[in-house]
Ligand binder design. Structure first.
Ligand code: COA
Length: 656
């Protein structure tokens, strides 16, 4: 057999076997996941030239493209390089090179088959779509999709056109617009994957078969493509715009709208769609929205680096939760969902039962098979006597905000738990030191402050008291990561971080309403600025009683003669009682017309000033260690406009 002349490469390995199959494996050195950096793409370019030569000479029968990494196929273009491509000319050249490269792969006459396991995202998925056939492992780890929209962009390596070609416009646009990741079986149903295998070991075998049989993926049938034909396309585009508008505004998040415009212009012709990408992609990637969303991505990656690493890495198997109220019950359910064995303690079964019922609904919503649901149900055990304490790796207390009750619980827990088990309180208002001070080892107690609804909010504040050592906090952060939450370490101080910054903002808005401002206008202004919900609606959602107690804790008691105090006295506590500042029906605030305002977003900006100020003070006072941590904590804890990169970033940019 002729000698294969492959250019040198760091990321790619090539081997031509006796059947003429070229095995091309990507394994980017010193990286946990494969990404397509400029260097990796340049290397691939050289390899494709060699493949073209080998195809000419007849020695190559086909190419199988695989990943050598456990983590998966390819997680997209290398986001760390995006900031260096601010010059539109440089970016355009990079996009053109990638397009030309993927087109050449597609133009190879021998079959090119992608064998996919694990993450196959963004540019990695686009590369797979440029192959002639796709085989994927149908297991829990495989995920395919286009998360670019979460970074304020859309696919830029030809994926918009190719996904439409394979899956038809409705499915393809849906995954690009939402960033939703697909399981292999879903991708197969959509036509984005051609063949499923059960385990990774059989990928090579199936890829070999596909090559030897010259299999080629079929494009979407006409019935699916019809939605992009003729006048229907404009109608479909408008529906998509309306759908996008429910989630994000054009002004704050332009990417979905720009993709829809591209579709409206070219959705009937996948090549034209592909060719039209760059022109719209370039301004998106250079937009403030995308830069800030990339910042949020990297800040959130930074949170994953906390916790105990290396050989001392803690393993958490059993969690004991004390208090089966809304928070305790939902924390227990979440831990069970994430695979921990959980005992949930309260005074009697009557108190625990509602939590178990809620947990079951959560499992049904989040898990796929009956076996998975049954297993999760079995992992969550009611525990009236507290027998779970002795076995627990983590104990979380979430009972009423009463110092004496909490002290008693931890005095008992300290005696009964095994050494090294984390003792944590979910208190939102009592100073940690006061709960811990009578313990034999007060440094064992940390705060793990979850947010309601637990299943939806990613943040856990890991509260540090003056008794804690770094190791105690690192273990707390490790646990939060182990249950899939994002930990932000916060010093024990009134309101911690999130309540401390939210309260002045919410109370400021309440004061305006009490002084005669229109509540609908106040809420609409905050949303126009970029908050997910207005402050008055948020106060109703949190509960006026809860708001009042947090306000007191922060030294801002609600004036006795205020409308706020009167609503509380009348048991009008917000959403949970059906009446607060708003009337609530079917879980929704009934709102009147928003009176016109010349600058709604400007008013919103005014409204968030107290939040931004409080965040700044929290950093200055060492409640949270850095601007970056404060920004990501406030984004995750309050929903503060991610496209602005966090309150402090927004202030630096002159936007808040
Ligand atoms: N570009 C650059 N770096 C990336 C990357 C990308 N597309 N995808 C992942 N990484 C890096 C992470 O920053 C992290 O780096 P670090 O170890 O130096 O912190 C490392 O790869 C591992 O990723 P991590 O997120 O810790 O692993 P995970 O298993 O929790 O999640 C992914 C894996 C792929 C789901 C997640 O990293 C992700 O969503 N990546 C972005 C995917 C994306 O948006 N692609 C489209 C780009 S246009």
């Amino acid at each position: 057999m002729a000698q294969v002349q492959m250019p040198p490469s760091r990321a790619w390995k090539f081997h031509l076997d006796f059947e003429g199959i070229g095995w091309l494996t990507i394994d980017v050195p010193d990286a946990p996941v494969n990404t397509l950096s400029r260097e990796t793409l340049a290397e691939l370019n050289g390899i494709v030239t060699a493949l073209e030569d080998m195809q000419q000479s007849g020695e190559l029968k086909g190419v199988a493209l695989l990943s050598g990494k456990e983590s998966g196929f390819i997680a997209g273009a290398d986001i760390t390089e995006f900031d260096e491509m601010g010059d539109p000319g440089v970016l355009r050249a990079a996009l053109d090179r990638a397009h030309a490269l993927f087109d050449r792969i597609e133009a190879l006459k021998v079959p090119v088959v992608a064998g996919i396991h694990g993450f196959c995202l963004g540019g990695g998925f686009e590369l797979a779509l440029a192959c002639h056939y796709r085989v994927a492992v149908n297991d829990d780890k495989t995920r395919l999709g286009f998360p670019e929209v979460n970074l304020g962009m859309f696919p830029g390596f030809g994926g918009s056109g190719r996904s439409i070609r394979q899956a038809g416009p409705v499915d393809a646009m849906q995954i690009m617009l939402t960033g939703k990741l697909l399981r292999a079986s879903q991708a197969r149903r959509m036509g984005l994957v051609d063949k499923l295998v059960r385990v990774r070991d059989t990928l090579r075998w199936e890829a070999r078969k596909a090559i030897l049989q010259g299999r080629k993926s079929a494009v979407a049938p006409l019935a699916k493509r019809a939605m992009a034909l003729g006048p229907l396309r404009g109608y479909v585009a408008n529906k998509m715009r309306a759908e996008a508008g429910k989630k994000a505004s054009l002004e704050h998040y332009p990417a979905p709208y720009s993709l829809i415009d591209l579709f409206e212009a070219h959705g009937n012709d996948w090549r034209a769609m592909k060719e039209g990408e760059a022109e719209r992609f370039i301004p998106l990637m250079n937009s403030d929205t995308s830069k800030n969303l990339r910042r949020v991505f990297f800040l959130s990656e930074g949170l994953k680096k906390q916790g105990v690493r290396g050989k001392d890495k803690a393993v958490f198997r059993r969690v004991h939760v004390i208090g089966a109220g809304v928070m305790g019950g939902d924390i227990a359910a979440w831990c069970a969902l994430r695979g921990m064995g959980v005992t949930l303690q309260d005074l009697d079964m009557e108190r625990i039962k509602p939590a178990l019922d809620r947990a079951k609904s959560l499992f049904k919503k989040r898990l796929r098979t009956k076996t998975e649901i049954d297993n999760a149900v079995a992992r969550l055990e009611a525990d009236v006597t507290g027998k779970g304490l002795a076995r627990a790796d983590v104990v979380i207390e979430a009972v009423v905000e009463n110092l004496e009750v909490k002290r008693k619980i931890f005095a008992d827990a300290e005696l009964k738990t095994k050494p090294g088990a984390i003792l944590a309180t979910n208190t939102s208002s009592i100073e940690l030191e006061r709960i811990a001070e009578n313990l034999t080892a007060p440094g064992r107690l940390i705060g793990l402050h979850f947010f309601n609804p637990v299943a939806q909010l990613p943040l856990v504040e890991v509260i540090r008291s003056r008794f804690n050592a770094d190791a105690d906090i690192a273990r707390g952060a490790s646990f939060a990561l182990a249950i899939g939450k994002s930990p932000v370490v916060v010093k024990s101080a009134p309101g911690f971080l999130v309540n401390r910054v939210l309260m002045p903002y919410m109370l400021g808005a309440v004061q305006r309403v009490e002084a005669g401002a229109n509540k609908e206008q106040i809420d609409a202004a905050a949303v126009a600025f970029g908050m997910p919900m207005g402050p008055i609606e948020l106060m109703d959602t949190v509960g006026l009683d809860v708001g009042k107690s947090v306000a007191e804790e922060l030294g801002n008691p609600v004036p006795a003669n205020s409308q706020f105090a009167k609503l509380i006295a009348d048991k009008k506590l917000g959403r949970k009682t059906g009446q607060g500042f708003y009337t609530w029906t079917n879980g929704k605030a009934v709102k009147g017309e928003v009176p016109p305002h010349p600058d709604l977003a400007g008013l919103g900006r005014e409204l968030v000033q107290p939040l931004v100020n409080a965040t700044s003070v929290a950093v200055a006072e060492g409640v949270v260690a850095s601007d970056d941590l404060a920004d990501i904590g406030v984004i995750y804890g309050t929903g503060f406009a991610p496209f602005l990169g966090g309150p402090l970033q927004a202030r630096k940019d002159g936007r808040a």
